[in-house]
Each structure stands twice: as C-alpha cells, then as structure tokens.
Design a protein around this ligand. Sequence first.
Ligand code: TMP
Length: 210
Amino acid sequence: MVQKGVFITFEGPEGAGKTTVIANLYNRLKGEGRNVMLTREPGGIRIAEKIRDVILDNNHQEMDAKTEALLYAAARRQHLAEKVMPALRDGYIVLCDRFVDSSLAYQGHGRGLGIDAVLSINEFAIGDTMPDATIFFDIAPEIGLARIAKNNEREQNRLDKESLDFHRKVYEGYLEIIRRYPNRIIKTDASLSEIEVTENVWKIICAQVM
Ligand code: TMP
C-alpha cells in the first residue's frame, strides 16, 4: 500500500486515561487544520462494533481465549480494510485507540496464548500495516483499575472485570512488547494530570507529523 498518512496508535492498561487524552489531541490537530481521523479498537465501524459487543458482553463468560483472540483480529481486519487503510492512502493522520499491541498484551500474555502465537494470527489480519508510532500510557494496573472503579459513568465490561492478576500480566506483556519494538513504542507517564499527559503526548505526536 502506498501510505501517505501517519498511523499513530495508543496503548495501555485499563484506566490509563487514553481516551480523554486522544480526544484532546484530535481537537488540537483539527484546530491546526490537519486532516485527522480518530478511531478505536475493537470497533470504529459497524461490523467491528458488533464484534466488540460480542467480545465484551458480560454474559459471555464461557468465551474461549483463542476465540477471543480471533474475534479481536477479525474486528481489526475489517476496521483496517474499511476505515484505516483508505484514510492513510488519503493522507490522514489516523489516531487509533488500541491496535495489535493490545492483542499481544491481553491475549498473548494476559490469557497466556503466547505473544508469538497471537502475533501470527494478527499478521494474517493486518499484513504489513503497522503503526508509524505507538504511545504507551504507562500506569500501574492497580492505579488504573482504582480510577475506573471511581468512574460511575463507565460501564465495566467483561475484560475490566478480570482479576488484578490478569491485569498485572497484561502490564508485564506490554513491558515485553516495548522491549521488542523499542523504536516504535514510546512510553508516557500516565499517572500525571490530564493536562500534563496531553502536553507530553502532543510533543511526541508533533515529532511524527510536523
Ligand atoms: P477499551 O476499554 O479500551 O475500549 O478496550 C476494550 C477492552 O478490550 C479492553 O479491556 C482491552 C481489550 N482488548 C483486548 O483484550 N485485545 C485487543 O486486541 C483490543 C483491541 C482490546
């Protein structure tokens, strides 16, 4: 694919504050007249939002870990083909809340399927479309989970409700992925205030898009 745009993804444990900060960055880029698209995984388009509902449904306790990994990869493929790749071809800056690293950390390490096994099914889904840069919102899982527990407006989904042990494994998985991709993944301290995190991530993004 001839890619003219810039593909930036955002990763981190639950309650890291990604979604709010990404919205701030999106507004700022828009305000500067940039062609920018904000989207998320799993979801972002009709079919993938339906798959999201299936994965995150609190009633689906019997879901097998491999099924979960395949559903995330399926949602990812459709979202990429239908929305992200066309936008990159058209020269957009694409800001995506979560991407393949979430599968590596949550399903690969958290569920214990193995990072390499999960990477291989995702390679089938995404081909060679990898982010130009990935920003990791670094926060201890305990602090992230405490933040979402306090937020009454946020509904707790099937993955939020996993044990602290699971979320610790996810965090460890992220640290392993950062070691694997040191050039692509940039850490930011997500324990700071929303304004500080937005400023820090803004600087990282400017280095990618200006
Ligand atoms: P969100 O809460 O950031 O919208 O993400 C939904 C949940 O799905 C969150 O708990 C992280 C999880 N997830 C995975 O386990 N694997 C993935 O590949 C993605 C994209 C998300």
